[in-house]
Design a protein around this ligand. Structure first.
Ligand code: CUA
Length: 317
């Protein structure tokens, strides 16, 4: 920030590729609002004086607005609204779809902290380290109540819901440290559910990932859970359950006739409510694991299933 912006910080720094577009729309909306507020109030005051009542028994003549005037003040505001609609929709759609090359990071909201897990293994609390100039997709869920994940400098915000995955993406374009907030009143210490986002150069980020205590990766942890919970006794070649290798991201036909892509939400549902996502040709024998896994473990299991690529499928592992 420079000059006036540093003295009067009216808005957070703009530190993501999304921020510029959001700000332009915001300035446009503010400008339009100011323009019409000034215009309308000026006209009101002018007319108040010009057409004031000059004698107590003055009766004004009946008038009709000319058609051209009626059309103008109907069509011009409509056109402005249409412009705002398409502009905002364009931004919304662009900001709703993460680029294919995004790095995934997982966030779990808990009363009252942000728990972050990187696929490579590192975990953090109320801190989020990301590389600069790299699209990041954040997959989020809550362990308890509704939270709201908000990074003002990136102009991204989304609710974090229990029992569901939501996601957002951003690409930070300036290294630095930025605020992270919870924006949904979630109980006594809601106001303390805050943290920092550290945007680092790619080399700093790589050494941050490599440093500290070496955790196993999310998919490795998931693999251990997979055998610990006995998943592997059915989900293996020739087992009672479907072989999960290569299933992630595929379109599957289910016993009820519906077709869905196997994604994070679907795997989560299969673990918690297995009878609702039956594959044809398999018996409805899988027990529910509801209440046996916390959200971290759930994400690790999903990461494990995701890691079972098509090669494992060929090898039948
Ligand atoms: Cu979490 Cu407010």
């Amino acid at each position: 920030m420079t000059g006036a912006a540093a003295l009067f910080p009216l808005q957070p720094p703009a530190a993501s590729t999304i921020a510029g577009g959001v700000d332009q729309l915001y300035y446009f909306l503010t400008g339009i609002t100011l323009f019409f507020t000034v215009l309308i109030f000026s006209i009101i005051f002018y007319f108040m004086i010009k057409y004031r009542r000059r004698s107590p028994d003055e009766i004004p003549p009946e008038t009709h607005a000319p058609l051209a005037l009626e059309l103008a003040w109907t069509l011009i505001p409509s056109a402005i609204c249409v412009v705002i609609f398409f502009w905002a929709s364009y931004l919304y759609v662009r900001n709703a779809r993460p680029p294919a090359a995004s790095t995934e990071i997982f966030v779990i909201g808990k009363q009252w902290m942000w728990h972050v897990q990187h696929p490579e293994g590192p975990r953090e609390i109320d801190e989020l380290h990301v590389p600069v100039n790299q699209p990041i997709e954040v997959t989020m869920t809550s362990q308890d109540v509704i939270h709201g994940f908000y990074i003002p400098a990136f102009r991204v915000k989304k609710d974090v819901l229990p029992g569901r995955y939501t996601s957002l993406w951003f690409e930070a374009n300036q290294t630095g440290t930025y605020h992270l907030y919870c924006t949904e009143y979630c109980g006594t210490n809601h106001s303390e559910m805050i943290g920092w986002v550290y945007v680092m150069s790619p080399s700093d980020y790589a050494s941050w990932l490599a440093g500290g205590e070496q955790n196993e990766s999310m998919s490795q942890s998931g693999g251990h859970l997979f055998s610990l919970l006995g998943c592997n006794s059915c989900h293996m070649p020739g087992g009672d359950g479907p072989n999960l290798a290569g299933i992630y991201g595929q379109s599957q036909k289910f016993a009820d006739g519906s077709t869905h892509v196997v994604d994070d939400s679907l795997i989560r549902q299969a673990i918690i409510e297995p009878d609702t996502v039956q594959l044809p040709n398999y018996k409805n024998v899988m027990p529910t694991f509801k209440g046996q896994l916390d959200e971290d473990q759930m994400l690790q299991l999903i990461a494990y299933v995701k890691s079972l690529g098509p090669e494992e499928r060929k090898n039948g592992q």
